[in-house]
Design a protein around this ligand. Structure first.
Ligand code: NDP
Length: 294
């Protein structure tokens, strides 16, 4: 049976490390600040923003929440981002996605100062990551990388298969694994014989958005399985959250596996805080905290 990689405990450790650095910064008169912008009333987004606020405050950072109504114009949203870009108390800016349909997400995200783009979605950060330069790294793949480094030590030479090629998870995950010298395959909906491709993996990352699609027969014995998926399903008349991996069958074959919930999910907010800390250190010309960046 696979070792369970406890993302909840790992994330608590990252948050404690961030909090320690925040205390040190505060002693120098610097308080890292994260601004979160929520447009509209999407219930899931409201929960995410609430959790981000609570976690930000818990590690001792300033949290600046901006809630705008669903009908906010693009010009008004861009003006707010300009204001946050210019505000020295704000080190990280996050615009909660998805935005209402009349707003152009790419335009809005690319208006954020790349140095404050703690989600790592700005085109400059995408380019920097792709060319192996210092950047802001998207939080979910960064969290996966931290757990993989912790489990394996060096990732050099390992075969990694990432299932999913989204800009938010799949592509940056593949770039990070390549940066750590894995041999990387990116699989997607047009991949032929996906199970066989996956069985070639020492590290298998599932970011598909399809409940329990990756079953035990996709997993090489002893492989490490990272399940990014968060899928809400109905089972036995009850709501349940499951990953993209069929946990029981995969855990029977894998060497290590992240559960859902309690795996990758908690690492995402922890890495958002880590990125805000990194942005604050860079803005103040201070050394970046070790182990909290790619
Ligand atoms: P997207 O829908 O943007 O991308 C899904 C990817 O999976 C696409 O590249 C798609 O391929 C591929 N795919 C879909 N069906 C198949 C299939 N049958 N076989 C092979 N590949 C397939 O999703 P995201 O990347 O945004 O999210 C992926 C999952 O991760 C979701 O469950 C999401 O909820 C979760 N998530 C979790 C986070 C966390 O904090 N833990 C954060 C972000 C996401 P193609 O490009 O060919 O269509």
């Amino acid at each position: 049976m696979a070792k369970v990689i406890d993302g909840k405990a790992f994330a608590a450790g990252v948050r404690a490390e961030v909090a320690k650095h925040v205390t040190e910064l505060k002693a120098k008169g610097i308080t890292p600040g994260l601004a979160v912008v929520l447009v509209g009333e999407d219930p899931a987004s409201k929960v995410y923003v609430k959790n981000k606020h609570a976690s930000t405050v818990e590690v001792g950072m300033n949290s600046f929440e901006h809630r705008l109504d669903a009908g906010t114009s693009e010009a008004d949203l861009l003006a707010l981002i300009d204001q946050l870009n210019a505000d020295p108390a704000v080190h990280g800016i996050l615009v909660q996605l998805p935005l209402p349909g009349h707003l152009n997400s790419e335009l809005v995200i690319n208006r954020i100062d790349p140095a404050k783009d703690v989600d790592g979605f700005h085109i400059s950060n995408v380019g920097l990551l792709g060319t192996g330069q210092k950047s802001m790294v998207p939080c979910t793949p960064l969290g996966c990388l931290m757990m993989l480094r912790d489990h394996h030590g060096s990732l050099a030479g390992l075969n990694a298969v990432v299932v999913g090629r989204s800009n938010i998870v799949g592509k940056p995950m593949a770039q990070l694994l390549l940066g750590d010298s894995c041999t990387v395959t990116i699989a997607h909906s047009r991949t032929k014989d996906l199970a066989a491709v996956c069985r070639g993996a020492d590290i298998l990352v599932a970011a598909v958005g399809r409940p329990e699609m990756i079953t035990g027969d996709f997993v090489r014995p002893g492989a490490t399985v990272i399940d990014v998926g968060i899928n809400r399903i109905e089972r036995d008349g009850k709501g349940k959250i499951v990953g993209d991996v069929h946990y029981e069958s995969a855990a029977a074959v894998a060497g290590a596996i992240t559960p859902v919930p309690g795996g990758v999910g908690p690492m995402t907010i922890a890495c958002l805080l880590a990125n805000t800390l990194t942005a604050c250190c860079r803005a103040n010309g201070l050394a970046e905290p070790k182990g909290l960046t790619a």
